[in-house]
Write a protein that binds this ligand. Structure first.
Ligand SMILES: *Cc1c(COP(=O)(O)O)cnc(C)c1O
Length: 475
């Protein structure tokens, strides 16, 4: 299997090359040359597999540059009950007839990003060792991504993490989760500013090619193909758990921000998994809902990006959408490039409303969408608690709210649970008048010693800090 850029760059890449490169040279995203099809007989054969074996089968279709025995070992080391709390890894919880939660947030940081990031950590360690190379991951986070990356990379050979977050702006649980890590290869940097300052610094550092090369700076952001393909696996697992031998279709409802999670559902559907509908849920930052309803993709400005109570979905543009648009346009790289490079730069938006490809999109690709508000989240958290004695976090609540709008009598709806309530205690308190339950292993987390460097919102200060650490490191 080879990978190509959505913007048509002529170079074809192997899986491990996309793993380290992230973005393609021409600014496009890597996609597989074709989606491998999984036929009914194969689906049947996969039904009984354990999660790590299923992950191995799915990944094998996309990875041709890691020997199968090594890939299998990586999957088995990643998806264990010790790391994910259950041997099922992504179990279903039935709320009512035809409505289920699929629990994706039982990993180390209690958000679904662990499912992909834990695999990425092991893949990176493997590949860097094979190349006798190292990588310094520089990232910016306002919450879930940073902690998932740190818990995936801690103690990994050849990898260091420099993670910036806005000083004092994450939830107290999220701060404690990150800053309590004592591993030598994990470096927390609290920037005295806002999240956008952190992101700007990442951009500035990454555009200094000399610094980037010298200090081997890389990223693990949501456009990385390896993260996406790791997420494809749980759509298969969810389908097997709910369909019990029947080959009827299922629906998924996905709380969405950067379009990574639901894009994995799109890939699973393109592979032939019987998904009837992919329901995309946004919060008040509804750039994606607007696109799927109208065909108009209108990137928001910073000023127009709201701070909501489902903060991991507070996005102004959706970095993975380009992969879907590429497929929507019949894999026309020239048009994709013109939309995402020229049109977005010049107008901040593009319009496919009259395009035949968009008019038939819902039918061809199964997408539906909807948005929900703070009041909806509170009502859904309350309702789910009252009726099913199940506590859900605000992001999952967006998924339940919008999933219900599109519920159908024909197919079961699986709502992807993207985080646990303990991460967002303030909103849970507001909805239920009580604190969320805390998993035992997090008792006393906020009281642990912290390791964090506070720096001003200044690129040079961050560069100096990285250089200092690297000087001290004995390689
Ligand atoms: C990252 C995240 C999302 C959004 O996922 P995307 O892949 O960016 O669409 C939703 N909920 C939670 C809790 C998250 O951490």
């Amino acid at each position: 299997m080879h990978y190509v850029s959505t913007r048509g760059h002529s170079g074809r890449r192997q899986f491990c090359e996309t793993l380290l490169e992230g973005l393609a040279e021409d600014g496009g995203l890597y996609v597989p040359e074709t989606y491998p099809r999984v036929d009914a007989a194969t689906l049947d054969a996969w039904r009984a597999l354990s999660y790590p074996s299923l992950a191995f089968e799915v990944l094998s279709l996309y990875v041709s540059d890691i020997p199968p025995a090594d890939l299998k070992a990586i999957c088995e080391k990643t998806y264990t009950p010790e790391i994910f709390g259950t041997s099922n890894i992504v179990p279903l919880r039935k709320l009512e007839t035809r409505l289920y939660l699929q629990e994706l947030s039982n990993g180390p940081t209690l958000a679904f990003k662990d499912v992909a990031m834990q695999l990425l950590g092991n893949l990176l360690e493997y590949e860097l060792a094979r190349r006798h190379d190292e990588l310094n991951i520089l990232g910016a986070t306002s919450g879930d991504t940073g902690s998932a990356a740190e818990y995936a990379m801690r103690g990994k050979k050849g990898v260091r993490v420099f993670m910036m977050s806005p000083l004092g702006r994450m939830s107290s649980f999220q701060q404690a989760q990150m800053f309590s890590l004592q591993d030598d290869n994990i470096h927390n940097i609290a920037i005295d500013g806002v999240f956008d300052d952190c992101q700007d610094i990442v951009k500035c550092v990454s555009s200094d090619l000399e610094f980037k090369r010298r200090y081997k700076i890389g990223a693990v952001n949501s456009i990385n193909w390896a993260r996406l393909v790791a997420q494809v696996v749980y759509y298969f697992s969810g389908y097997f758990q709910v369909s019990e031998g029947r080959s009827a279709g299922v629906d998924f409802s996905v709380p969405s921000g950067n379009f990574g999670n639901i894009c994995a559902g799109h890939v699973a559907r393109m592979m032939g998994l019987p998904i009837s509908r992919l329901v995309l849920a946004t919060n008040e930052n509804d750039v994606l809902d607007e696109f799927f309803r109208s065909g108009i993709y209108r990137v928001r400005s910073r000023a127009d990006t709201l701070e909501t109570s489902s903060p991991s979905m507070d996005i102004s543009k959706a970095s993975n959408l380009e992969r879907f648009v590429f497929d929507l346009l019949g894999r026309d790289a020239r048009r994709t490039k013109s939309l995402f490079e020229n049109q977005l730069r010049e107008c901040g938006s593009f319009d496919l409303s009259g395009d035949p490809s968009f008019v038939t999109a819902a039918a061809r690709f199964g997408f539906r969408s909807g948005r929900s508000t703070h009041a909806d989240r509170l009502a859904t958290i309350r309702d789910t608690w009252d009726r099913y004695h199940t506590m859900i976090d605000p992001h999952t609540a967006d998924g339940v709210t919008v999933g219900r709008m599109h519920a159908s009598p024909e197919a079961p709806m699986l709502v992807l649970e993207t985080a646990q309530p303990i991460k967002f205690a303030t909103t849970i308190k507001e909805a239920l008048g009580r604190q969320p339950d805390r998993p035992l292993r997090f008792d006393g987390l906020e009281g642990l010693p912290r390791r964090v460097k506070v720096l001003p919102p200044d690129t040079q200060a961050v560069k100096n800090y990285i250089a200092d650490i690297m000087q001290g490191a004995t390689c």
